[in-house]
Design a protein around this ligand. Structure first.
Ligand code: PXG
Length: 464
């Protein structure tokens, strides 16, 4: 059966979906009651569903379709590679041309001495690699007790046992016996929600200095690494105050703590540079990448490792790897994706043209009665919904219910914006045009207006 051209009616598809398909991060029974929206095709920034509705995708799939949908060059690269060599492993003294070429390309693109690439299938398993790698690094250097990794509350680093433990999502820790030992957390640099009366700059410093306090509490000789996203994505697009990262960098250097920048969302143009670390002024020892590496066309992730760390790991048997590490088809698709980003000058377009255009319109959303702060860097932004801007109040209704209401309103208006608690976030394809940005913003405003009207009518514009 050609499922692309000849699928059953929507209701039937939804019934099959709810009978057999368990969705991630979803209350599946509740979803079954209303039925999942069936996405059937896409081009550029536009999704189409099984009812023929056209939806503007403000989230680039799941923060990943950087070059937009429908690029047949990637399909052709995959088909070519599948015909030539669909799979071969990289475990036992063998390699493949796409894997080595992609490793070389990433080494060229990555800043500083990040010249060494260990492949994974996505961000979660790349972060598992990082956890084992930094501990192995210190053990090989004769410091096996140096095994604690410091992370941040409300960080997202993946969903496997290791990466979800590295993450600081309390709801995830509550299920399945997490976190695993040897991981500890400091607070996030979310000035809007947690900054109180401090200036953003003072608050950024204070939050960064929690790292130093934590290192002293544990003992520097026990700390292996600090892991963080340059800009927290799944945590609500938390863009840290300008004082934050320089202070983190200073502290990591002072105590010789390895710095892992989780670039799964920030890399490949999202912030207006190849890597978020360049935008935020970070010099990591390891970068985690995934998502935009293939623009989501095929699963692939990687750890990009500094010469210093790699020298030690290369000199030992690192007993770690995935069947599909360096999968030739995934690597061929990623290479084609990077070629397109480079040759079509997509990152400069974000930095100089579409990014500034979006920024102006996005920041103007702060004038809406429902919106407190509106922040954006490149093509990743968020707005905080609030019943009272002046006091930066949270809503009396808890659990991100207002955000969910706004998200559903967006969905009904054929715009995808994701809610994280009561923040709305966007991360559109980097190829979005100025005309499409106008449509995105118009639909966002319509959705905010409708949400506001509903809250007013329901008496829910009440501070906690
Ligand atoms: N690190 C970061 C920073 C991420 O954003 C991962 C690691 C894990 O990658 P994989 O490929 O294993 O999923 C991510 C993934 C959301 C959402 O709801 C975000 C992610 C994944 C799923 C949902 O915003 N980010």
């Amino acid at each position: 059966m050609n499922i692309l051209a000849n699928y059953p009616p929507t209701e039937e598809l939804q019934a099959i979906d709810s009978a057999h398909h368990m969705h991630p991060f979803t209350h599946n029974s509740a979803l079954a009651d209303k039925g999942a929206r069936v996405i059937t095709s896409a081009k550029g920034v536009w999704l189409k569903d099984s009812e023929g509705e056209e939806i503007i995708d403000g989230m680039a799939g799941l923060w990943c379709v950087n070059i937009g949908y429908g690029r047949t060059e990637l399909a052709e690269a995959a088909a070519r590679q599948m015909r030539e060599l669909p799979f071969y492993n990289t475990f036992f003294q063998t390699t493949t041309v796409p894997a080595l070429m992609l490793a070389k390309k990433l080494a060229e693109l990555a800043p500083g001495d990040l010249n060494n690439v260990f492949f994974a299938n996505g961000g979660s398993d790349a972060n598992d690699t990082n956890l084992r790698m930094v501990r192995t690094y210190w053990a090989e250097k004769g410091q096996p007790d140096r095994d604690v990794v410091i992370s941040r509350w409300n960080a997202y680093h993946g969903s496997s046992m290791g990466s979800a433990s590295l993450g600081g999502m309390k709801g995830m820790h509550g299920q399945g016996g997490l976190p695993i030992p040897g991981i500890t957390y400091i607070d996030q640099p979310d000035w809007w929600s947690e900054g109180g009366d401090m200036t953003p700059e003072d608050f950024g410093l204070e939050r960064a200095q929690q790292l130093e306090a934590k290192i002293k509490e544990i003992g520097p000789e026990k700390v292996a690494a600090f892991i963080a996203e340059p800009i927290q994505g799944a945590g609500g697009v938390i863009i840290p105050p300008t004082t934050y990262w320089p202070e983190i960098q200073r502290i990591c250097k002072k105590y010789d703590i390895l710095l892992i920048a989780d670039e799964v969302i920030c890399a490949f143009g999202r912030t207006g540079n190849w890597f978020g670390s360049q935008t935020l002024g970070i010099q990591p020892d390891i970068m985690t990448v995934a998502k935009g590496l293939s623009s989501g066309y095929i699963p692939i992730g990687a750890s990009i490792v500094s010469d210093r760390v790699a020298a030690v790991i290369r000199d030992t048997d690192f007993n770690h790897g995935y069947t599909y590490s360096g999968h030739p088809v995934a690597c061929a698709v990623a290479l084609e994706n990077l070629r397109i980003i480079e040759e079509e000058d997509i990152i400069n377009q974000v930095r100089n043209v579409t990014g500034p255009y979006l920024r102006k319109k996005w920041e103007a959303l702060a004038d809406h009665p429902l919106v407190g702060e509106a922040k954006i860097v490149g093509m990743i932004g968020s707005i905080a919904l609030t019943p009272d801007k002046a006091s930066r109040a949270a809503f009396a209704v808890e659990g991100g219910a207002i955000g969910l209401l706004c998200r559903d309103q967006c969905f009904a208006n054929n715009i995808i914006m994701r809610s994280v608690d009561d923040r709305m976030v966007i991360s559109p394809p980097l190829t979005i045009t100025c005309d499409e940005i106008d449509i995105l913003i118009a639909r966002a405003i319509k959705s905010l207006d409708e949400t506001y009207a509903k809250l007013k009518a329901g008496g829910m514009l009440v501070s906690a």
